[in-house]
Ligand binder design. Structure first.
Ligand SMILES: Cc1cc2nc3c(=O)[nH]c(=O)nc-3n(C[C@H](O)[C@H](O)[C@H](O)COP(=O)(O)O)c2cc1C
Ligand code: SF4
Length: 452
């Protein structure tokens, strides 16, 4: 197989089983591998029963927030209104590239999941919103929708059941914020991709103000396996003592690591074994210094914390971080954490939609301060100022992009403060134009003196 790395014996390939298998991309190849059997089964079930199987399985959203999928589907009632299912394929979180591989290698698996979810939420129309830069995934998914429609799997009489299931594929224009669910809906409606204030939530008023369910690519692709094999089969993957995290999870691994790529493991896998055994550990002569395990928006772990963390929702929370999107970014001992965190801040500043002043100003201000510390121009107040800005950016905005920028700053300062302090000039204080030293922001303590 041509996939970048052969499956490791300790992986549990369910969604990734056919990565690298070009035949699985075609309708004939997908059907030969059992494809569309789950959709056929689901179409013969009452939508509530489909919702219940997914609820019982414990599947949680793989887009970052981990919301229970069956519960989300159960918000949709047979009210006779137009409903929509949206597939979030905007995957732009730094370090995350698992949805891309699902779409490249098993596009029919995604289309099957989207159609199954449409049935479960009483929708007849689905949209797959694909990141603007994803040229090949867009082509693969579009081809799969065309093939499935031509074969009567989708269309006005899906699989001969009399049920209408129409799937549209839409390409974004390359904006990270359009991955936020309400920004995605605005973008799909032809508006600027700004997040909306909630409530109303999408299940009440989503796309074109109609009840809408939105799910990530990986979430939707997992659903047919659950319907086909049953909730108990899915629940069996995971820690027996943790029923809150079930199934398998795709992790994308990048940065300073010997074998980067996508890996699928059962929930509850030891992070130490994952990094050092499956991914081959650091590059020769280097040591792992830190890691962000769930995309760039979650707190940073030190190498010591990585050695004891457990890879599921609760395990990562216990370690002081989050599972997020499953994008693992590894930093080795050659990396300057100030530089790395400044890079992330610049990303968020660039991608902020600028509706909220805390985010618009906070991401820009954070970037400016971090970059001056990185360049050796930091002053004594900067670390306290960074923390005060981060506080103002957390939990106060329309969406969590603002919080996402603050998170690596706060955890980076907590765990790698010495690297910041080593770069600032304790002998210098920021002064006003009149030459008066600028005091630290109200409510924060002054920076402790550091050794010269
Ligand atoms: C700034 C921002 C960007 C996001 N980007 C994505 C994304 O690229 N893909 C995704 O599935 N979810 C993304 N999300 C989360 C979505 O808003 C939403 O929670 C998710 O699509 C729900 O699907 P799930 O329940 O299957 O996880 C993002 C959220 C925020 C705040
Ligand atoms: S937090 Fe930032 S990205 Fe989110 S809505 Fe406000 S300004 Fe836009």
């Amino acid at each position: 197989m041509g996939y970048p790395h052969p499956s490791h014996p300790r992986e549990t390939p369910v969604l990734s089983k056919y990565f690298g298998d070009a035949e699985a991309r075609t309708l004939a190849g997908w059907r030969a591998r059992g494809g569309y059997e789950a959709l056929e089964k689901a179409l013969g079930m009452d939508p509530v029963d489909v919702q219940n199987v997914v609820k019982d399985s414990g599947l949680r959203g793989r887009g970052g927030a981990g919301f229970p999928t069956g519960l989300k589907w159960s918000f949709m009632k047979p009210d006779g209104k137009q409903h929509y299912i949206l597939c979030n394929a905007d995957e732009s979180e730094p370090g995350t590239f698992k949805d891309r591989e699902i779409m490249r290698w098993t596009p029919h698996g995604l289309v099957e999941g989207v159609a199954l979810a449409a049935h479960a939420i009483y929708a007849d129309t689905a949209y797959i919103y694909i990141r603007g830069e994803f040229t090949e995934p867009y082509e693969r998914v579009t081809a799969a929708v065309r093939e499935a429609t031509a074969a009567g799997i989708l269309g006005d009489n899906a699989m001969g059941t009399g049920r209408k299931l129409v799937v549209h594929v839409h390409k974004g224009a390359g904006a990270y914020i359009c991955g936020e669910e309400t920004a995605l809906m605005n973008s799909l409606e032809g508006k600027r991709g700004n997040p909306r204030i909630k409530p109303p939530f999408p299940a009440v008023a989503g796309l074109w103000a109609k009840p809408t369910t939105i799910n990530n690519v990986e979430t939707l692709t997992a659903a047919p396996y659950i319907v086909k094999n049953g909730a108990d089969w899915y629940k069996a993957f995971g820690r027996p003592d943790n029923p809150k995290s079930t199934g398998t999870k795709l992790f994308s691994v990048c940065g300073n690591i010997a074998r980067p790529g996508n890996y699928e493991v059962a929930m509850g896998f030891p992070f130490k074994d994952f990094l050092w055994e499956l991914c081959g550990g650091p590059l020769p002569g280097r040591a792992i210094k830190a890691c962000i395990p769930g995309g760039s928006s979650v707190p940073i772990l030190t190498a010591e914390e990585c050695e004891t963390a457990i890879m599921d929702y609760e395990g990562f929370v216990a370690a002081g971080t989050m599972l997020g999107s499953g994008g693992v970014i590894v930093f080795d001992d050659q990396q300057c954490m100030v530089r790395q965190i400044a890079r992330l801040a610049r990303f968020y500043a660039h991608e902020s939609c600028a509706q909220c002043s805390q985010c618009r100003e906070g991401t820009a201000w954070t970037t400016k301060i971090l970059e001056r510390i990185r360049d050796g121009e930091g002053v004594a107040q900067d670390l306290d100022t960074l923390l005060a800005i981060a506080d103002g950016m957390t939990g106060k905005t329309i969406c969590v992009l603002s919080d996402s920028c603050a998170t690596p700053v706060v955890s980076g300062l907590k765990k790698f403060r010495h690297e910041f302090e080593a770069k600032i000039r304790p002998d210098r204080a920021r002064v006003t134009m009149q030459g008066i030293p600028v005091l630290p922001p109200l409510g924060v303590t002054a920076l402790k003196p550091v050794a010269a």
